[in-house]
Design a protein around this ligand. Structure first.
Ligand SMILES: O=P(O)(O)OC[C@H]1O[C@](O)(CO)[C@@H](O)[C@@H]1O
Length: 246
């Protein structure tokens, strides 16, 4: 696993944006796996700036997001569909038909999960998957205890995840209790994974990711088994890791 230590959040965002921009330049029809949450917001902002200044084109790019809340219409300001459009898609030239997020309003959630998984396969898989990490080790919305064999599936969110994400809602009660998420095995099939982390509150999770036994009780530990993972994290998030020896 490669670790890139940055001085701060801005530098983390710049390094991550460069990875994506270089991939899209080398492979204009790349498939990108996208993440939500606070961590990638700076990276998305830099992709928009690069698009405006340098015209990097997303005309042939396809995207698949990791997850979506169940029960929020895509127009809801807290849906991940809205997040992605406001953070990135509305400001670059990616055709809407090439953007994929699970539909959290499909009455048949099982079918939605199967179809999402098929769409990823039909597309030839994901070239680069961006990941954040939850303080409890979740990747996507795969909470502790999720099977490493899981494909896209419905997950019941833990109280700690709902509390962490309630900062975007008016109250904790409004935070959905379930979500559709790519499974751990879906994520592990990505050709390359970039995990972003910033701030001291992620320091313990990064330590466990790198040093725990690979175990379903800490989902991100599975990344030790992936052949091509780069962690881009700032000094605060890496404060428990000796980067030269990791
Ligand atoms: O980037 P943040 O806001 O710290 O979130 C970390 C992780 O938690 C989630 O927001 C889900 O709770 C993920 O989407 C993200 O990877």
């Amino acid at each position: 696993m490669k670790i890139v230590e940055t001085t701060n959040y801005q530098e983390m965002s710049e390094k991550a944006a460069s990875f994506l921009i270089n991939l899209v330049k080398e492979k204009p029809n790349a498939t990108l796996g996208m993440a939500t949450g606070g961590t990638p917001e700076g990276m998305y902002q830099l992709l928009i700036e690069d698009y405006k200044q340098n015209g990097t084109s997303y005309k042939e790019v396809t995207t698949f997001n990791l997850d979506e809340y169940i029960g929020l219409p895509k127009e809801d300001k807290n849906s991940y569909n809205s997040y992605m459009h406001q953070a990135l898609f509305n400001f670059i030239n990616i055709p809407e038909s090439q953007i994929h997020l699970p539909n959290g309003m499909n009455a048949d959630a099982t079918k939605e999960c199967e179809e999402y998984e098929k769409q990823i396969s039909r597309n030839g898989g994901i070239d680069i998957q961006i990941l954040g990490i939850g303080e409890n080790g979740h990747i996507g919305f795969n909470e502790p205890g999720t099977s490493f064999d899981s494909k896209t599936h419905v997950i019941t969110l833990t109280e700690s995840t709902r509390i962490a994400n309630s900062r975007y809602f008016n109250s904790l009660d409004e935070v959905p209790t379930k979500a559709v998420t790519m499974g751990i095995s879906t994520i592990m099939q990505a050709k390359k994974i970039i995990l972003l982390a910033s701030g001291e509150k992620k320091a313990d999770a990064l330590y466990q990711l790198l040093h725990n036994e690979v175990d379903e009780s800490f989902p991100a530990s599975i990344l030790q088994k992936h052949p091509n993972v780069t962690i881009i994290a700032d000094r605060d998030a890496l404060k428990n890791i000796s980067v030269t020896s990791a």
